[in-house]
Design a protein around this ligand. Structure first.
Ligand SMILES: NC(=O)c1ccc[n+]([C@@H]2O[C@H](COP(=O)([O-])OP(=O)(O)OC[C@H]3O[C@@H](n4cnc5c(N)ncnc54)[C@H](O)[C@@H]3O)[C@@H](O)[C@H]2O)c1
Ligand SMILES: [Zn+2]
Ligand SMILES: [Zn+2]
Length: 362
């Protein structure tokens, strides 16, 4: 099958003929129909590194074509969406419903004594995040897949696996936003827009979006922001205090730069929570005054993958989309072929492009 291989740091994405093993145990063979380009794969390929050569791609939607002998949760013909959340299902965190912080995520992968899932010219190829979606086919543990209705279109389905789980999940799961609450979303990128959608689903009364680009703020209004603030021309902390009167109940930081996170903390009202999602660099973080947060009864929380339970949440977001209650169509700015990943990432540098999705695997 054809797969886009990254041979090393800075070596880009090159389509090669790669071999996929037959499914064993809980593995599922998926014919990939859509694969989203997320920034984190580009970061792995350009500066973070990891195992090479590798097939990246972790926003995957496709059809089940074959199942391993122990698979019970999906069947051939099912339409599925993958997620990078890997969980064992039997550790104490999984058993208490917190699969996103599973203690044994490696239980979903093959062990070193087993033949690799992917190989190229007879040598092993790593599989990004247990998914490897930049390929015609993928071999994925059933715990990393959720079934969606057949009426769900492929490109928006693929986005659910990372950006939607993260953005909407931060609001609905991590912060448990309630009707009437005031919400601030800092960073109106693809993930931030899903937080806006999540806030609408939760019934938030006020949804303020801050960014430094007017085009993104215009888009945020279309997603349901009740107020927008350009942090370049207006002090966003003053703006949030003016709009809310007493500070926000929930602030979501999708940027992750020290000055921005500090602004987020200053936006909080009494009892408010600041949620850290964006990772702008290795020095990202925030100085917290114990006296200030204890007297204001505030909290600062890191959020991994929107505290999501993928088996529950992926079908839920698909259903929200199909009911017209979650806008995913406006996140799919461009559809490309498997050979065009580098051009796709280049297009993402333009602020008007929200997400690029591979839908042509020929
Ligand atoms: N925590 C997790 O589990 C998780 C999962 C997926 C993605 N992420 C992270 O979420 C973040 C958002 O992802 P994305 O795809 O939407 O990124 P993006 O680059 O599309 O969006 C970031 C936005 O922040 C805006 N911005 C930059 N500086 C700003 C400032 N000073 N004030 C206000 N806005 C500013 C940009 O204009 C842009 O619109 C990324 O850092 C990504 O790595 C985290
Ligand atoms: Zn991602
Ligand atoms: Zn577990």
């Amino acid at each position: 099958m054809k797969a886009s291989v990254t041979e090393g740091l800075g070596q880009g994405f090159v389509v090669e003929e790669v071999d996929l093993a037959d499914p064993v145990g809980h593995e599922v063979r998926v014919r990939v129909r859509a694969s989203g380009l997320c920034h984190s794969d580009l970061s792995v390929a350009t500066f973070i590194g990891g195992e090479f050569p590798v097939v990246l791609g972790h926003e995957v939607a496709g059809v089940v074509t074959e199942t391993g002998p122990q698979v019970t949760q999906v069947k051939v013909g099912d339409h599925v969406v993958g997620s990078l959340i890997q969980y064992c299902g039997s550790c104490v965190n999984c058993l208490s419903g917190r699969t996103h912080i599973c203690l044994r995520p490696e239980a979903t992968l093959r062990t070193p004594d087993q033949a690799p899932r992917l190989s190229w010219n007879g040598a092993p190829v790593a599989q990004g995040m247990g998914l490897g979606g930049f390929a015609q086919e993928a071999l994925i543990h059933e715990n990393q897949l959720a079934v969606v209705p057949e009426g769900m279109p492929w490109a928006p389905a693929a986005l659910i696996g990372c950006g939607v789980l993260t953005g909407a999940g931060a609001v609905l799961n991590s912060a448990d936003v309630r009707q009437g609450d005031t919400v601030v979303v800092i960073g109106a990128g693809g993930v931030g827009m899903n937080a806006v959608s999540g806030a609408r689903i939760a019934g938030a009364g006020t949804i303020i979006v801050a960014d430094i680009e007017d085009a993104k703020l215009e888009r945020a209004k279309a997603f349901g922001a009740t107020h927008v603030v350009n942090s370049r021309s207006t002090d966003p902390v003053d703006a949030v205090r003016d709009i809310t009167g007493h500070g926000a109940d929930h602030v979501f930081d999708f940027v992750g730069a020290r000055p921005v996170t500090a602004q987020g903390l200053r936006m909080l009202g009494k009892g408010g929570g600041l949620y850290l999602i964006g990772v702008g660099g290795t020095d990202a973080g925030v100085e917290v005054s114990a006296l200030a947060v204890l007297s204001g009864s505030q909290k600062v929380q890191g959020v991994y993958m929107g505290s999501s339970n993928l088996k529950r949440d992926i079908p839920f977001y698909a259903s929200m989309y199909l009911q017209g209650r979650m806008n995913l169509d406006d996140l799919v700015s461009r559809e490309i072929g498997l050979a065009d990943i580098e051009a796709g990432y280049e297009a993402l540098k333009d602020g008007s492009t929200a997400r690029v999705v591979i839908t042509d695997f020929s």
